[in-house]
Design a binder for this molecule. Structure first.
Ligand code: RAM
Length: 358
């Protein structure tokens, strides 16, 4: 009965949601509802002993389908959803910069009355109206990989501490270039919440006096598109002939940059690090283009996003700081602003890369 009435409300509200969603299309929008700070908690009190609901539908909306990183992440999500007795579905755009497409998919999932949405946001604000509408309809909303503003979702499942990721990428590159020279960043979309947060921490790290001889000369955007990222790498080297190193905090970007460097006179001379998958990067580590880079296990991120979504939809958590829940055999605690941290990333190099197959 309770579910029925929620579904009825959902069906009614969708018309409004779609209309509102349309205004949010195409870029960063300031949300009309104002302040989006502080995570949005689901109504009521968390009951950590509530049974895990079965028969739910959990919709995954990655930043970009057919990006191998998200294929692996969402495979982990699917396995967890199915293990918990629910149904998994995935929808999404093939471009990593199609925010209006993401808005439409949120609206469609709301219309289809799914029980939970797990979304990796291309933009921190553009999805807010649509996601708030989804939450109003009783849908649990989790962001994973790339967050929205905290008020637009119940919880964010983060791959690792953003601060650690930003700082360690600078540390990795600084060691490789001997703490001296010009460096650049090759990022994903200009609006991507995750990359922008990491880049802010990279800049913070660079303020340490031990990096006084390192100069960040440019941040370029390859939009998580292989060809654009390749061309941006080429452009960086043409514009900055003294470049000593590149940090690319995106699996698409680092792979394209490695491909460019490995076929150029810069191979092994211009250092490259960032976030990549071992499967993409193996050959560039073996041929001497790349020394070390890092990442977390994307499948584990998808797994945790799914389990967080189901815990929210089951009422075990609401997204409030301090709540705890079990994901598999591990107990996770919700931190400030509704953030759940997966753990520490792994650094890959010639010594260990063959033990990883994602
Ligand atoms: C790309 C995407 C994703 C990011 C990884 C590291 O696949 O931009 O959001 O987390 O790289």
């Amino acid at each position: 009965m309770r579910i029925r009435s929620r579904r009825f409300v959902a069906a009614l509200a969708v018309t409004t949601s779609v209309a509102l969603g349309a205004t949010a299309c195409g870029g960063t929008t300031k949300d009309s509802a104002g302040d989006d700070g502080g995570s949005s908690t689901t109504a009521g009190k968390a009951d950590p002993h509530a049974a895990t609901k079965k028969g739910l539908t959990v919709g995954f909306l990655p930043k970009q389908v057919n990006n191998p990183y998200f294929s692996t992440a969402d495979k982990g999500g699917r396995a967890a959803v199915e293990e918990l007795g629910s149904t998994f579905k995935e929808v999404g755009t093939s471009s990593g910069t199609d925010t209006s497409g993401q808005v439409s998919y949120v609206n469609t999932l709301t219309q289809q009355q799914v029980d939970a949405i797990a979304v990796s946001a291309q933009d921190p604000g553009a999805l807010c109206t649509a996601l708030k509408q989804a939450m109003k309809n009783g849908i649990a909303v989790v962001t994973y990989d790339s967050d929205t503003k905290p008020g637009c979702r119940n919880a964010f499942v983060s791959q690792a501490s953003a601060e650690d990721l930003g700082r360690t990428e600078v540390q990795l590159l600084a060691e490789q270039i001997g703490y001296k020279g010009e460096i650049a960043i090759l990022s994903a979309a200009q609006t991507a919440t995750n990359q922008n947060t990491w880049i802010d921490y990279m800049r913070e790290e660079l303020k340490d006096p031990k990096y006084k001889d390192i100069k960040l000369v440019k941040t370029a955007y390859g939009n998580d598109d292989a060809q654009q990222s390749f061309q941006q790498t080429q452009g960086l080297l043409q514009e900055h002939p003294n470049l000593k190193g590149i940090i690319s905090p995106t699996t698409v970007g680092i792979k394209a940059a490695a491909q460019y460097l490995s076929g150029s006179k810069y191979k092994g001379k211009v250092k490259l690090t960032g976030l990549g998958t071992p499967n993409d990067m193996r050959k560039y580590v073996k041929n001497g283009t790349v020394e070390a880079f890092e990442l977390w296990d994307p499948a584990k991120l998808g797994d945790l996003a799914a389990r967080t979504a189901v815990a929210l939809a089951s009422g075990q958590i609401t997204g409030k700081e301090g709540e705890t829940f079990k994901a598999g055999t591990t107990t996770f605690t919700i931190g400030k602003d509704g953030v759940v941290n997966l753990g520490k990333p792994t650094v890959f190099n010639a010594k260990n890369i063959d033990s990883f197959s994602f």
